[in-house]
Design a protein around this ligand. Structure first.
Ligand code: HEM
Length: 334
């Protein structure tokens, strides 16, 4: 393509608008973790659209539709594996992003709302991971749903939509599908729009006077995104996602998706109350961070130590729950 045509396209797409200055130090990898999370979310969205063409959200058809994909449609099967691996990638990347932002105190004034919008994004991401697990309608899914229903009972009126008897006209699996493909993605996109708006207008917290054009940030980022997508695509080929036998209610024999193992560990230790206590501690702490660490001093030190302890506890709880034998939390046979 000639230079003239290229510059014509650049002009019509207003590419020059991407040349605004950003701190040169923001060109480091630890300032790219948020955008890499966004790349994983984009893959999730695209592969999810394909999966909705073949998935049946009716309780009696859900497991069969996945079995059909796995046995009859190799390309869609690979896209399903890609979807599942991208979900793991998005959760790992979002925590890496959160840890990096926490460590460099990117939540300090004027970025408090930017941080809180991130906390909401994390909650929505957990919601997507949970509803996605339930859609498999296999043994792990049925047990995850039974846990949610028990948690909803503990939560009182706020948990009503998660009870099977919330409405007689639509089964809970179908309602979970609605959450997974419409309510939660819409919430994610809306909150993400706020997150990105604030980043654009408040800038990131990288220090130093040196400036670089935002376009120079996009080039290395593009390289990282390609490597990430290729790695997840290769993992999906090498280790296909599992699908257990159709779920039977009343048994507890599986463990949840790894991203929920820290909650499972809390249930091992404190019973079903652990299911509400562990997320409340995590999200309560994250919500308080910008208020507790506003300037140098005791508050800043306590917040940093508490963050490191909490993060280490979460990792230890995930490792413990992965290695410990499966336990019953709902007094069901194992
Ligand atoms: C769906 C998940 C998320 C996406 C796609 C996302 C995206 C981004 C992007 C692209 C940036 C620009 C710079 C960078 O990558 O470091 C950023 C910055 C930031 N994000 Fe996120 N983010 C997400 C989740 C979170 C979470 C969970 C938190 C914290 C609880 C958070 C808090 C922040 C803050 C405070 C900044 C500014 C950092 C600074 O100025 O140092 N984000 N995010």
């Amino acid at each position: 393509m000639s230079r003239g045509v290229l510059s014509g396209i650049r002009e019509r797409l207003a590419v020059h608008a991407l040349e605004y200055p950003i701190p040169a130090r923001a060109n480091r990898w630890d300032f790219m973790l948020g955008a890499l999370t966004l790349a994983a979310l984009t893959v999730l969205g695209l592969t999810g659209i394909v999966l909705t063409q073949y998935y049946n959200p009716a309780p009696l058809g859900a497991h069969d539709s996945l079995r059909y994909i796995i046995t009859e449609l190799p390309v869609v099967t690979w896209l399903r594996d890609f979807h599942v691996w991208s979900a793991s990638g998005a959760v790992m990347l979002v925590f890496a992003h959160l840890a990096a932002v926490f460590w460099r105190r990117g939540f300090r004034s004027p970025r408090e709302v930017l941080w809180w919008s991130g906390v909401l994004l994390l909650a929505v991401l957990f919601g997507l991971a949970f509803t996605g697990t339930v859609l498999r309608a296999d043994q792990e899914a049925v047990e995850a749903l039974a846990h949610a229903v028990a948690g909803a009972q503990l939560a009182g009126p706020a948990g009503a939509p998660f009870r099977p008897d919330f409405t007689p006209s639509s089964p809970i699996l179908t309602r979970m599908y609605g959450l997974h493909v419409s309510v939660l993605p819409l919430a994610l996109v809306s909150i993400l729009a706020l997150h990105l708006w604030l980043i654009r207008h408040l800038g990131v917290s990288a220090t130093g006077e040196a400036r670089a054009a935002f376009l120079t940030h996009l080039r290395p980022l593009g390289g990282f995104v390609l490597v990430l997508v290729a790695a997840v695509a290769a993992l999906s080929l090498a280790w296909p996602a599992s699908l257990l036998q159709p779920g039977v209610e009343g048994f507890e024999v599986t463990k949840p998706f790894w991203a929920f193992l820290w909650i499972y560990a809390a249930e091992n230790l404190f019973g079903m109350a652990g299911m509400l206590v562990a997320p409340s501690v995590l999200f309560g702490f994250l919500a308080l961070v910008p208020l507790a660490d506003r300037s140098e001093g005791l508050g800043a030190r306590i917040t940093r130590i508490a963050g490191v302890v909490l993060f280490s506890l979460m990792l230890a709880a995930i490792a413990y729950a992965a290695l410990a034998p499966a336990q019953s939390h709902l007094d069901m046979p194992m």
